[in-house]
Ligand binder design. Structure first.
Ligand code: SAH
Length: 393
């Protein structure tokens, strides 16, 4: 077993069970991609077993902090079974859910979603790639399912020196599926959809949005960055009269229309705009359009803290425009899924947008990712999705 020796003082984060070792913390030692290494402190003390990734800034991801634990197929069986068992205890109002959420489930670099009878996996690090066969077996055993599609066609794999890959790992057949979420149904395609097909992390916020629409009597809805229409369906279910879905992806909007029809809502209650949200908000302000509620769920503007400043301006701008466009008494539901923007910073950005807009707002709710996207107490990077519901005075 190869050892990776850390520089003096660099053991602190592993001692706090934070699972990453950055390139700059390493004094000596190297290994092959994904190879299991013993990570030790400057004095040789054991810290963790981890997966070495020679090209990544995150040079080692810890599999275990227990020296007696072996990193083998059994470990993956146990970890996957534990992740699946946790989901079975969580209140998840859907037959689609995240079964494995990387670091938070003790499986760094692995994401697995379940859509009805189909599993979709992303192997995102050299370590999870190395144990792909064991992980696949563990997933099929823990769920009893027979279909597993791989969506490792993600740009972060490049940072790990891995090529993109996708296709059936087990089973075959249609990649277009229908899932149930709360009281509605949605279609998605695990081969071509964003991420693994759908944004599962927003499940509970869609429910919250349906409630807001009903409780506040919102009639006209602007669903910015709609993707396949999840928040729009929620709004229609909550009694909205009309939803405008805006996204820059034509296939996503087509699916949004299909999802509106699938749930029995009249097509006249839903319009789609294949456009940039920022520009659309401006155009609608100029045209004097009004909305009772606005959702802003943009893509990651800040993939890391280094992009935070530019991203903060972009977030502030769309939120400012949305606050202007809202009717008094209307509700803004606004999100950031940027790891580089903390909850506190996001709060400040939205507050700044209100000041610039000359609009006074009341925070109505703070929102986060659904519980099947758990966050552990040792890994603050796990908190990526933050949302705020703001009532315009
Ligand atoms: N709210 C969605 C998820 C949104 S993900 C849901 O609940 O499922 C972000 C979406 O923003 C993607 O669908 C992407 O196509 C879209 N997008 C990215 N940049 C955009 C832009 N500048 N204007 C409009 N849409 C954009």
């Amino acid at each position: 077993m190869k050892s990776i020796r850390l520089r003096p003082g660099k053991e602190r984060s592993l001692l706090r069970r934070h699972p990453w070792v950055f390139e700059g913390s390493i004094d000596r030692g190297r290994a092959d991609p994904g190879e299991t290494v013993r990570v030790e402190a400057g004095d040789g003390r054991f810290l963790a077993w981890g997966a070495y990734s020679p090209q990544s800034m995150i040079r080692v991801r810890a599999w275990s902090f227990d020296e007696a634990e072996r990193i083998d197929a059994d470990l993956f069986q146990r970890r996957v079974a534990q992740a699946v068992a946790l989901r079975a205890r969580l209140p998840i109002a859907s037959d689609a859910m995240r079964l494995v959420h990387g670091e938070a489930d003790g499986l760094p670099g692995l994401v697995v979603d379940r859509y009805a009878d189909t599993l979709v996996a992303q192997f995102l690090s050299a370590g999870s790639e190395r144990f792909r066969a064991s992980i696949t077996e563990a997933l099929l055993a823990a769920t009893g399912l027979a279909r597993l599609y791989e969506r490792s066609d993600v740009s972060v794999r490049k940072l790990e020196g891995l090529e993109p890959r996708s296709g059936w790992l087990k089973g075959q057949g249609a990649t277009e599926l229908t899932i149930r979420e709360h009281d509605w149904r949605l279609t998605l395609d695990v081969a071509t959809g964003h991420k693994t097909g759908y944004y599962l992390d927003q499940r509970d916020n869609r429910r919250a949005f349906a409630d807001i629409v009903r409780d506040f009597g919102c009639r006209r809805v602007f669903n910015g960055y709609s993707y396949s229409g999840g928040f729009g369906i929620a709004a229609l279910a909550g009694g909205a009269e009309h939803v405008t879905s805006v996204d820059s992806s034509a296939p996503a909007l087509e699916r949004a229309q299909a999802n509106v029809a699938l749930n029995g809502f009249d097509a006249s209650r839903h319009e789609v705009l294949d456009a940039d949200v920022n520009q659309t908000l401006r155009a609608m302000l100029e045209a004097g359009r009004g909305f009772d509620t606005i959702v802003l769920d943009p893509p990651k503007f800040a993939p890391s803290a280094a992009h935070a400043e530019r991203a903060a301006r972009a977030y502030k701008d769309i939120n400012r425009l949305a606050l202007l466009l809202l009717e008094p008494g209307g509700v803004l539901l606004t999100f950031s899924c940027s790891g580089g923007i903390s909850a506190e910073l996001f709060h400040k950005i939205v507050a700044g947008a209100g000041i610039d807009a000359g609009v006074d707002g009341v925070f109505y709710a703070r929102l986060g990712a659904a519980p099947d996207h758990p966050m552990t107490i040792d890994f603050p990077e796990g908190e990526y999705l933050k949302g705020l519901a703001v009532i315009k005075r």
